[in-house]
Design a binder for this molecule. Sequence first.
Ligand code: DX5
Ligand code: ZN
Length: 222
Amino acid sequence: MALTDKIAPSILSADFARLGEEVRAVERAGADLIHFDVMDGHFVPNISIGVPVLKSVRKVTSLPLDAHLMITEPGKYLEPFAKAGANSISVHEEVCPDIPAMAAQMRKLGVRASVAINPETGVERVLAAAEHLDMILVMSVHPGFGGQEFIPGALDKLRAIRRDLDRRGLAVDLEVDGGIKVENIADVKAAGANVFVSGSGIFGHSDYAKIIAAMREKAARA
Ligand code: DX5
Ligand code: ZN
């Protein structure tokens, strides 16, 4: 199933004191989505940014905002994030007892429905609910921090998910998040991912346009 490749810079690695400029810079540099990491200090051992920041970011870009909720009670916050301008929301499988119900709630709010799985989480529950989802997010690091090493086990998971989606004829986006760089983007593309989150892999370089173009080219050739 041919899905468009999308490069999604994670603003967790941006300079928060200059967040508006950073978002505009990656937009000019050719980003397809802005990945927005929300952490509550419970689901993950870190705290990041939330609804008011997303609302401000909404004003400086026309790119879709891809909210990744690393929080224990995502259902409570779907509406505030949707109202603030999120275009897609990923909730974690580990804290989502009823995936079809959560997805229905997201779609009703007008956002694309996505579920994320941690490195130690199996693919069964997200696949069982795949027809309710617009995207599946495979974590390739333990969530909570930018700048970690890619966990190679994510490749098998991406392959298993893509194989099953193709077999069922489901055009669901498959996003990969954690440790994605120019050096390994071809591997995750070949394994079936088509949405590539990269934080330090983009914001760690001075020329965002050059790095995003290099990622896009590597993914296209994979
Ligand atoms: C990790 C976040 C990621 C993070 C990725 O918990 O979900 O989106 O920003 O950062 P890098 O690309 O540096 O691994
Ligand atoms: Zn993320």
